[in-house]
Design a protein around this ligand. Structure first.
Ligand code: F6P
Length: 328
């Protein structure tokens, strides 16, 4: 019911992403603006179970909008998967008289929030924070834009050395089971091929396409491989296959790894985080619960957590076509 919330808590959970700090800042300052007390919970659900939280005021979040990572730390909690763990977390929130929770994280974190609400009726609101952009109900998750810029910067650098040595590079990017990072960064970095889980190119067509590029006068090539792509068993086997079935290229592999999750958030992610934090707090204060805030058609919208968890994000088919045409 509107008007009943006096104390909110915020936590970050799952893999961190650039923009999480900006979202924490936004939640804390929105609370301060509306005269609501705000508590920061450390290490995600682990901190909720251990009662590891402290009061944050508007000044506690100064100087963090430009920082990567999360000042509240993050964890993938095993304890919160158990009924006992969630019961303890609920008791800690009751003891502190906290009456609403903002969860910044991905679908695993939202699943925990939903179960928690179903068991105890505790008001929860999700903010999608992951570089993978794999959450239904928002065109952009927090950190996706920054990660793309990081990956494009890396591809640009790899291209310098690839062209100096006439080499073919396979570059693995993150994204778990989806290819949003690979597809977008691949186009922006001018990759010759982009391998994503949503489209099965097949090994023969890959080799055919790389041979075509070579014949068209390209002396070096970059293939972006989403970590979830299954064309080769892994990127090193993919390299071995191409090495054995293609002549004329010196082939190398570069796995970008966790550097994609770090760094100062982009302007886009800072603005998105600020908007999401305001929307999350105001929605809870308006009596909404079990939703995720998201960016849809340039507006902040609410999507039921259940849909955000179960819904599938779709790959942009137009981007796939653009990528094909650009690799001509
Ligand atoms: O979900 C974010 C993400 O960085 C994925 O892209 C990646 O597959 C995974 O987390 C890596 O997780 P961890 O930090 O546990 O190695």
């Amino acid at each position: 019911m509107p008007g009943t919330i006096k104390k909110l808590a915020v936590l970050t959970s799952g893999g961190d992403s650039p923009g999480m700090n900006a979202a924490i800042r936004s939640v804390v300052r929105s609370c301060a603006y509306h005269g609501v007390e705000c508590f920061g919970v450390y290490r995600g659900y682990e901190g909720l179970i251990e009662g590891d939280f402290e009061r944050l005021d508007a000044r506690s979040v100064k100087g963090i909008i430009n920082k990567g990572g999360t000042m509240l730390k993050s964890a993938r909690s095993q304890g919160f998967r158990t009924k006992e763990g969630r019961q303890q977390a609920y008791q800690n929130l009751l003891d502190a008289k906290i009456d609403g929770l903002v969860v910044i994280g991905g679908d695993g974190s939202f699943t925990g929030a939903l179960i928690f609400n179903q068991e105890f009726g505790f008001p929860v609101m999700g903010i999608p924070g992951t570089i993978d952009n794999d959450i239904f109900g928002t065109t952009h998750t927090l950190g996706f834009d920054t990660a793309l810029n990081t990956v494009v910067d890396a591809i640009d650098k790899i291209r310098d050395t690839a062209s100096s040595h006439n080499r073919l590079f396979f570059v693995e990017v993150m994204g778990r089971d989806v290819g949003h990072i690979a597809l977008n960064a691949g186009i922006a970095g001018g990759a010759e091929e982009i391998l994503i889980p949503e489209e099965d190119l097949g090994l023969d067509r890959l080799v055919e396409s790389l041979n075509k590029s070579r014949k068209s006068g390209k002396s070096s090539s970059i293939v972006i491989v989403a970590e979830g792509d299954k064309i080769g068993k892994n990127i090193f086997q993919l390299k071995d296959y191409v090495d054995e079935n293609m002549e004329g290229y010196d082939v190398r592999v570069s796995v970008l790894g966790h550097m994609q999750r770090g760094g100062s958030p982009s302007c886009f992610d800072r603005v998105l985080a600020s908007r999401m934090g305001v929307k999350a707090v105001e929605s809870l204060l308006n009596g909404e619960t079990n939703y995720m805030v998201g960016l849809l058609n340039s507006k902040m919208e609410l999507t039921p957590l259940e849909q955000a968890i179960k819904g599938k994000t779709k790959i942009n088919l137009e981007l796939l076509r653009v990528s094909d045409i650009m690799s001509t």
